[in-house]
Design a protein around this ligand. Structure first.
Ligand code: B12
Ligand code: SF4
Length: 600
């Protein structure tokens, strides 16, 4: 069967060749059984959990694998589920979206498929952010035994189209769909795939290719943010200039009822560790440091600080080897409170993403924590805080939501994400609201991303009002607290001031590095923000002015020079960008093609 499989697979150059192959192969039933390729279609297999048994692909790890993210463009309304309101940008999508030209805009690669590629020995291509035509071209110019498609729920329409394209253009390929989209109930009846994998994908793919699923995890070198721009300027992409992404684990054991990441990897009490110990993590970080020339890491772990033993061991190793690293981490308030500020600072934590939710919610992660005090304290220690507030919790009403948002804004976090309370398939919240008959049946999955309107019947807030409150919260935060860029500068300054004479040299070095940026390029940005914000909120403009004065006092020559030279250029680019945005300009990531174990 194997021989047949190989010898009958020329490189497909057109849909017609594929079609003829399909017809020919349909006459060979046993081929279908053993190869998993497509002749007579058997009924669609159900979604499998990553741990379930799977028949190994007949070619084992000689199968040629394509792993693709869904096709773009993303930031425009289209028939496949793209939405202008849902761009492929972390900050601009859900954090700084109301900050106009001051919004921080960047793209992030699809790390799930990069991780899978790095951990299989089969020849494998990762196609990231293809166009629809680019995906078709890849399918027809190379032979693929397995086509893996990675997606989240909003993009299910694209997955459907991509499966259709694979059947047409590369009919011998086995189609595997993974990522959060697999949480959709009865997905198998919506798309034409052979395997739908729910949960962790590395172990599944290794098993499918006949490899050792328990082999140590190899971490690919991942540059975190790409094509970053703000104030109308594209930031230079020099080696080491951007953080490396490190993924220690997936899932979160806290199991908040709405949390899709937690639910997808097992729910309450469960998660999957890729690197169990501080030693393993440290080793990976050293590799990334050498390979990417970085000293800063974006730690992609839903609740990094919850794993205290691992984090503290990492700190120990950083200290003993003199690593002056910066860490951006996600953590819940209860986990943060298990560390002293000095421990966090010495560990290099310089950016923290945490849920603020609501003082009246009863999420375990917020118990007994004074959020106002915590956020202020973190910032005073030079740790940038990204707060996340949910709009539309069950107890919210048009009256108390205003009060709660005002309170969250008064924490003055550096960044603030607002997100609608959203029951997403796979979560306890979804099951609960489904049982109560409160899910709205006619909402397109492409519109269920937490930045548009409710997908359920709220007792006190209408669907249209959910969007109004959400948009208002973003605007209000911007107007009251100013651009996140300014707030970041303020935190950096406070941290530097507090730690510039700290006994640990690693800490001093880290703040000195940040301060050099603040005294130069960031200071020019502050000069522009101070001018431009006069029109929005005079008191914020005055606060920016005060910060600038303090920076100038500490670094008179650099700060004055950069403001004078770079400031006017940035002002021009900011205003030009404002016009572009007003005329509907959006941004898209470039396509990436990475081949591994690939004979040219
Ligand atoms: C980075 C990121 C992004 C990046 C984009 C990344 C990209 N290139 O697509 C940005 C910032 C642009 C982004 C945008 C959005 N995101 Co996002 N994002 C993430 C984040 C923070 C990390 C993803 C990640 O790399 N994780 C680590 C990797 C290792 O895990 P993984 O991707 O899940 O992959 C594993 C498995 O899922 C599986 N797998 C994945 N792909 C495949 C493929 C195959 C073939 C197989 C077998 C297995 C498999 O194996 C992998 C290894 O175990 C997650 C949260 C999280 N912690 O995961 C949210 C998350 C994926 N995003 C989410 C959402 C909702 C969005 C947005 C709609 C924004 C929003 N409003 O929240 C937009 C959508 C943009 C768009 N137009 O598509 C949700 C998805 C919810 C859902 N159930 O579908 C998540 C889970 C956040 C959350 N908790 O709500 N996002
Ligand atoms: S603490 Fe955060 S990551 Fe963990 S389950 Fe709750 S919302 Fe999800």
């Amino acid at each position: 069967m194997r021989v047949l499989c190989e010898s009958t697979r020329p490189v497909q150059s057109s849909a017609r060749i594929g079609w003829f192959l399909l017809v020919w192969l349909e006459q060979c039933n046993s081929y279908v059984i053993f190869s998993g390729c497509h002749g007579e279609r058997s009924p669609p297999p159900p979604t499998v959990d990553a741990g379930d048994a799977v028949n190994i692909h007949p070619l084992g790890n000689r199968a040629q694998v394509l792993l693709s993210s869904v096709f773009g463009p993303y930031a425009q309304d289209d028939e496949f589920g793209s939405r202008a309101i849902n761009p492929m940008e972390l900050y601009h999508n859900q954090v700084t979206r109301a900050q106009g030209s001051f919004s921080i805009r960047m793209f992030h690669r699809s790390w799930g498929i990069m991780m899978i590629q790095a951990n299989i020995s089969a020849p494998c291509t990762v196609l990231d952010f293809p166009t629809r035509e680019g995906f078709a071209r890849e399918l027809t110019t190379h032979r693929y035994d397995v086509v893996g498609i990675s997606s989240i729920i909003v993009n299910v329409g694209k997955v459907k189209e991509m499966c259709r394209m694979v059947r047409q253009l590369s009919p011998d390929s086995v189609i595997v769909v993974g990522g959060h989209v697999a949480a959709i109930p009865a997905l198998e009846s919506m798309i034409d795939a052979d395997h739908i994998v729910r949960g962790e994908g590395i172990s599944w793919m290794r098993r499918y290719l006949g490899e050792d699923e328990n082999a140590p995890i190899r971490h690919p070198a991942i540059v975190s943010g790409l094509q970053t721009r703000t104030m109308g300027m594209r930031l230079p992409e020099r080696a080491g200039g951007t953080a490396a992404t490190i993924i220690p684990s997936v899932g979160c054991p806290m199991g908040c009822n709405f949390c899709t990441t937690s639910a997808f990897f097992g729910g309450k009490g469960k998660f999957v560790n890729f690197f169990e110990t501080g030693d393993e993590l440290f080793e990976v970080m050293c590799q990334m440091e050498a390979e990417l020339k970085v000293s800063s890491f974006f730690v992609m772990d839903e609740n990094f600080l919850l794993h205290r033993a691992r984090a503290m061991r990492l700190l120990e190793l950083m200290k003993s080897t003199g690593k002056s690293w910066e860490l951006s981490v996600f953590a819940s308030a209860n986990a943060i409170r298990r560390y002293t500020m000095e421990e966090l600072v010495e560990m290099g934590v310089s950016w923290l993403w945490m849920g603020l939710e609501s003082p009246r919610s009863n999420y375990g992660k917020l118990q007994n924590v004074d959020m106002q005090q915590l956020t202020r304290e973190l910032r005073e220690h030079g740790i940038r805080v990204q707060g996340s507030t949910i709009i539309g919790l069950e107890h919210h009403t048009p009256d108390n939501i205003v009060e709660e948002v005002e309170r969250a804004i008064s924490y003055e976090t550096d960044f603030h994400q607002f997100m609608l309370y959203t029951p997403v398939p796979g979560t306890p919240l979804y099951q609960e609201l489904a049982a109560q008959g409160r899910l709205l049946a006619d909402v397109d999955p492409a519109d269920i991303h937490g930045q548009y309107k409710f997908n359920f019947r709220h007792y006190a807030i209408s669907r249209d009002d959910s969007k109004r409150f959400l948009d208002w919260a973003f605007r209000r935060d911007f107007e009251c607290n100013g651009p996140s860029l300014y707030r970041m500068c303020q935190t950096i300054f406070q941290g530097w001031h507090r730690y510039k004479d700290y006994p640990d040299q690693r800490v001093r070095e880290r703040f000195a590095r940040q301060m050099r940026k603040l005294a130069s390029a960031y200071n020019a940005a502050l000069w522009v923000m101070e001018r431009e914000f006069k029109k929005v909120n005079r008191s914020v403009s005055e606060r920016i002015h005060d910060l600038r004065q303090q920076v100038v006092k500490e670094f008179p020559i650099t700060a004055r020079l950069t403001a004078a030279l770079l400031g006017p250029i940035l002002l021009c680019s900011t205003r030009r960008e404002e016009k572009r945005l007003a005329s509907g300009r959006t941004y898209e990531p470039s396509t990436f093609i990475d081949r591994r174990n690939w004979a040219s």
